[in-house]
Design a protein around this ligand. Structure first.
Ligand code: HEC
Length: 145
């Protein structure tokens, strides 16, 4: 009897862990999607395809800080695989560097939020903020096939 109960408890725990793992992967992908969605119009502004709009620039920078703050906690050890994750093993092999990159991204976005006042300061500053995306994806995110 004890054995059966123990097995049932273990099975329940196992299912819980798998569920939580898929959840956390989904949560970090949703957080990144929000950053990506906010970047769309700003990228067009940089290319001159859309008129400069300070409110959208500020919304993007706030989304970056928000995503950066949330993200560090969304890569627990049990989420290396599964849930269609594109996170590479390097995330867990170089966790300190990975986490530092989120902090740097948050800081740079906050600084840009304070310093961007007009189109000229936007064009001078924003491309540097965007370097954080590729600078992290290059090492920590699988390329789309
Ligand atoms: C410190 C690291 C880091 C930074 C900075 C970063 N990303 Fe990501 N991003 C990731 C990782 C890791 C994934 C893969 C997550 C997964 O699939 O589990 C990802 C995934 C994504 C995705 C795919 C989400 C999905 O639908 O699965 C988008 C879009 C994205 N990032 C956009 C951005 C943009 C835009 C920026 C900059 C403005 C940015 N990221 C900055 C690490 C980063």
């Amino acid at each position: 009897m004890k054995v059966i109960i123990a097995a049932a408890v273990l099975a329940a725990l196992g299912a819980g862990a798998a569920f939580a793992q898929a959840d956390v992967i989904k949560a970090r992908q949703e957080a990144m999607k929000a950053a990506g969605a906010a970047t769309g119009p700003v990228g067009k502004m940089l290319k001159g395809e859309e008129a400069f709009d300070l409110a959208k620039v500020q919304a993007a920078l706030r989304a970056y800080s928000d995503t950066a703050k949330k993200s560090a906690a969304l890569y627990p050890d049990n989420s290396k695989t599964g849930g269609d994750t594109a996170a590479l093993p390097a995330v867990w092999e170089k966790k300190a560097d990975f986490t530092a990159k989120f902090e740097a991204w948050d800081k740079e976005a906050a600084a840009a939020l304070a310093s961007i006042k007009d189109e000229a300061s936007f064009k001078a500053t924003f491309p540097n903020v965007l370097k954080n995306c590729g600078g992290c994806h290059e090492t920590y995110r699988a390329k789309k096939s």
